[in-house]
Design a protein around this ligand. Structure first.
Ligand code: F0G
Length: 472
């Protein structure tokens, strides 16, 4: 089991003086460990870890809000970062050897076309794809690589569908650490792969899927030279949770009714849930937004489990199921979330249940059309992110979200992460491969319902004006 040999390089750290502990989330275990112990799962029971920060809003919630707001106008690098600006909430002691690319600070847009498409009066889109490497991973990577520096790691590694690896490679590069990334061969977009190469990571293309890469990572984590920066590492979650703080500032501290995120390995949903929960504990907000997670139909193990839950028993996030049946061969064109055995499923499920949200799945056609709609709003995102708008449309239709409620979709990746998908959708050539290589089952075509294919136009003014007229 990962972690046993690599742990406790400096077990002697004075836990009492640290800003928190690492705690096993399994209620039957609940073991705690020092912040400097290099572990990724509970060494006692194998359970998932989370960081329990000793949070204090010194001076009260209003003073903390004001301090954060003032930092937004400061030029101190710690304040310019949309993660380190919230350092009271992070498990690091000063002086922090923080590694930053000035992550966070991402826009919150109104999406009127996407709202209408979903049947809502208004919809806001928090675009985490506007981070330095083009995805939400940067907020968590900033804290994970900082922790790698704190514990004196030599090499940072991760398994990835492409975005975590791009982010890890960039932040390891900033910190001067070696990095290695495990990618499922042929299942990562060209842009994401190119990023990891350019940032100098050793790119290992593995014959298998993401879940196979993740299994390998769990073995590698035992090596003392290796620092695992997947979201199983609770220090990743700490950085990622800051999006909840930034979002609340952008909402002028009016709690939205619903926050909706895509689900893959379930780190992001875990992190958002934790961020809101901490704000609630500090009385900076008076209720939790309902957190819902959307998976792609062909890679939806948690949505399947959610369907079977008796919500009267599990509401509040207690009495979680012990196991989740994985999807053996996950399939979706949204390669970012092509994951059959998400490692953080328990933490994410607990956060969703506590908040009163849902976990559902959407089809490839629904993802593709929602993505085109987000594009029409002038915003754009990668396919995995568009599950949110597709999911919101379904949740509105099912009556879980009312038209007049205050809804936020978290877009996780930039549109240019996967331009091939975009181009194929608009040209009408997008199709989900049947998964069979013998040609016996044809690929399933996906209709470009909001298709916008390029037109060949003669090189003169009249032809261009005529084409415009036709499309008015
Ligand atoms: N959206 C994008 C764009 C992603 O890259 C990912 C995950 C998710 C959503 C899902 O987030 O895993 O926290 O539930 N990408 C990982 C990667 C798996 O390796 O880049 P999650």
């Amino acid at each position: 089991m990962m972690g046993k040999t690599a742990r406790a390089a400096d077990k002697s750290a004075d836990r009492g003086a640290e800003k928190g502990v690492q705690r096993c989330i399994d209620s039957a275990c609940g073991a705690t460990y020092g912040l400097r112990e290099r572990i990724y799962v509970c060494p006692r029971c194998g359970g998932t870890l989370e960081i329990d920060c000793h949070l204090v809003a010194s001076g009260g919630a209003t003073a903390l809000r004001k301090r954060w707001a003032a930092r937004a106008a400061s030029r101190d690098p710690r304040d310019v970062s949309g993660v380190w600006r919230y350092r009271e909430m992070l498990p690091f002691d000063e002086p922090i050897p923080f590694v930053t690319l000035f992550e966070g600070n991402t826009p919150l847009y109104h999406g009127p076309r996407s709202a209408r498409y979903c049947g809502l009066d208004d919809l806001r889109l928090k675009h985490q794809g506007c981070n330095p490497t083009g995805s939400f991973k940067d907020t968590g990577m900033s804290t994970a690589i900082t922790q790698a520096v704190v514990v004196g790691a030599r090499t940072a590694v991760c398994a990835s569908t492409g975005n975590t690896s791009a982010s890890l490679a960039a932040y390891a590069g900033r910190a001067g650490l070696q990095s290695a990334v495990l990618l499922p061969r042929g299942q990562t977009t060209a842009g994401k792969l190119a990023q990891s190469l350019d940032y100098g990571a050793l790119v290992c293309e593995i014959d298998g899927n993401f879940d196979d890469c993740m299994r390998l990572i769990q073995e590698l984590g035992d090596d003392p030279s290796i620092y695992v920066a997947n979201s199983i590492n609770p220090f990743r979650i700490e950085g990622q949770k800051t999006v909840a703080f930034e979002l609340m500032e952008q909402c002028l501290w009016q709690v939205p009714d619903h926050v909706v995120v895509p689900g893959g390995n379930m780190g992001n949903s875990t992190a958002l849930g934790k961020g809101f929960q901490e704000l609630l504990e500090l009385r900076m907000i008076d209720r939790l937004p309902k957190l819902s997670v959307i998976q792609a139909e062909g890679a939806a193990p948690l949505a399947r489990l959610f369907e079977t839950l008796d919500l009267r028993q599990t509401a509040g996030g207690e009495h979680l199921p012990e196991t989740m049946a994985p999807v053996k061969n996950p399939r979706t064109l949204a390669t970012a979330i092509k994951i059959g055995a998400p490692v953080s499923w328990k933490k994410a499920l607990r956060a969703v249940l506590r908040s009163g949200g849902k976990i559902i799945a959407v089809s490839e056609q629904e993802i593709a059309d929602a993505k085109a709609m987000i594009g029409r709003d002038g915003i754009g995102c990668e396919p995995g992110s568009a599950t949110t708008v597709a999911g919101i449309k379904k949740l509105v239709a099912a009556g879980h979200i009312r038209a007049d409620e205050n809804v936020i979709a978290v877009l996780t990746g930039h549109m240019l992460k996967d331009p091939d998908y975009v181009s194929q959708y608009h040209r009408g050539t997008l199709g989900l491969d049947s998964g069979r290589t013998d040609g016996s089952v044809p690929s399933r075509p996906i209709d470009g319902a909001f298709q916008n294919s390029p037109e060949r136009v003669a090189a003169n003014k009249a032809a261009i004006l005529a084409t415009l007229e036709r499309r008015r």
